[in-house]
Design a protein around this ligand. Structure first.
Ligand SMILES: Nc1ncnc2c1ncn2[C@@H]1O[C@H](COP(=O)(O)OP(=O)(O)O)[C@@H](O)[C@H]1O
Ligand SMILES: CC(=O)OP(=O)(O)O
Ligand SMILES: [Mg+2]
Length: 422
């Protein structure tokens, strides 16, 4: 029976996991085939929703004792699920729930040979690595640079050691994709000795997503693509990352559900009335730098302006509610600002503007508004293409593409390609 690869994507508000079978059919360029996909969304709210969908019955010889009394037919036909699960309160409990549901549906988790973990911040790591105790400590030390991501992802690795002891855990760092960014773009204009010693530079994230988009758009068109967008923006030249909107941490760049996006760095000292007069004692009392970092990461963004973290709600209420209109307009303004910036850096010759990830894929309204505002530099959406059924990569107008990105698939693909290495 083929081995299974589990790919876990710990996002800031979600946990997405796909189960892949290693593919023997060499015409499949991914090298793996999805057999089940699960998503736990709204993890930052009190009502996480869990879903599980099987693409193929999990051929299995499970001997899970707790399932022994179950009706054979019930095990043989896995049921798709979608439900609110109040017991899930973090990424780790979402993972445990997922494994439990896999077993209940008759999948033999002993077949899982590799688990791919998306780790957002890899610091100085230059390639994927097997999770050892040493690696866990190094990744843990980077947690303050990706407070919504690294810690939750590590809790999954720990759960794997306990619950899937026969499997090998491998980390895929978001930041690795961006090591090609030229030094003058990844550097901040600060003392360079301190910058080097403390690793203070722009890292960039969502690397597996960009890697997938890059691969699929090239497969689709046979061309090298050079202009990308998702819930952060990235610019590619010659298939490599050249610039990106996130920085030392994922806070920089576009605003998000609870994140402010880029602000004047001095804003943190002026956010509270007393913070503008900081001296040593006031700094201690305010727990600087933790307090502002928490405010900007967890209590800002759309949630702070509108009360919702859902961009779909902002979209639908933007014509009737001033706060929603403000959140929408800020977002559109920052997006087109980055597009203009990258357009110039590409010498006015981008191959395409690619919309991807949840907002880029699902929000036709956002695509229409953004593209209308950048029509002056040669982009256009064709309404007829917008209403057509979307494949993984589709043209939706002049120089505009939508790509259904899949970070889990990209990690599993890279794992399958280098299996002999692991
Ligand atoms: N129909 C939709 N239209 C626009 N945005 C959406 C829609 N559905 C979900 N979203 C946005 O996608 C975000 C979730 O993105 P996702 O990649 O699943 O999670 P994470 O925040 O963990 O990266 C939510 O914050 C929500 O604002
Ligand atoms: C880096 C980052 O913000 O990731 P996500 O959008 O998945 O939370
Ligand atoms: Mg995400």
């Amino acid at each position: 029976m083929p081995q299974l690869i589990l790919s876990a994507n710990s996002g800031s508000s979600s946990l997405k996991i796909t189960v892949f079978e290693i593919e023997s059919d060499t015409s499949n360029t991914d090298g793996v085939k999805a057999i089940a996909v699960s998503s736990t969304s709204n993890l930052s709210s009190s009502k996480p929703t869990f879903s599980l969908k099987f693409f193929a019955p999990p051929a299995s010889d499970t001997s899970d004792a707790s399932d022994a009394s179950k009706d054979k037919d019930e095990k043989a036909t896995p049921k798709d699920e979608k439900e609110e699960v109040p017991d899930i309160n973090d990424h780790k409990s979402a993972f445990e729930h997922f494994l439990d549901r896999l077993k209940k549906n008759g999948l033999d988790v002993g077949r899982i040979s590799h688990v791919c973990h998306r780790i957002v911040h890899g610091g100085r790591y230059q390639k994927p690595t097997e999770i050892s105790e040493d690696a866990m400590h190094r990744i843990e030390a980077l947690s303050s640079l990706a407070p919504l991501h690294n810690g939750p992802a590590l809790s999954l690795s720990e759960a794997c050691f306990a619950l899937l002891p026969e499997s090998q855990s491998i980390t895929y760092f978001d930041s690795v994709f961006h090591i090609s960014i030229p030094q003058h773009i990844s550097s901040y204009a600060i003392d360079q000795k301190t910058a080097y010693e403390k690793g203070l530079k722009r890292y960039g994230f969502h690397g597996s997503s960009y890697s997938f988009i890059n691969r699929k758009v090239a497969e689709f068109s046979g061309k090298v693509w050079s202009f990308l967008q998702r819930d952060d923006l990235n610019m590619l030249t010659m298939e490599k990352s050249y610039d990106t909107t996130m920085g030392l941490t994922p806070l920089d760049g576009l605003p998000g559900a609870t994140r402010s996006g880029g602000v004047d760095p001095s804003l943190i000292f002026h956010y509270t009335s007393s913070a503008g007069r900081l001296d040593q004692t006031a700094t201690k009392d305010l727990h600087v730098p933790e307090a502002p970092e928490h405010i900007l990461n967890s209590n800002s963004g759309w949630k702070s302006i509108t009360g919702t973290t859902n961009f779909g709600t902002i979209t639908s209420k933007r014509h009737s509610s001033p706060p929603h209109a403000l959140a929408w307009n800020i977002f559109v303004d920052r997006v087109i600002g980055y597009i203009g910036n990258y357009y110039v850096k590409l010498g006015g010759r981008p191959d395409a503007l690619v919309f991807a990830d949840v907002i880029g894929e699902k929000s036709a309204d956002l695509r229409a508004e953004v593209v209308k505002k950048v029509e002056c530099i040669g982009f256009e959406v064709d309404e007829r293409n917008e209403s057509a059924g979307l494949g993984v990569v589709e043209w939706i107008g002049k120089n505009v593409i939508v790509c259904q990105t899949d970070e889990q698939l990209e990690m599993a693909h890279q794992c399958a390609v280098s299996l002999q290495h692991w």
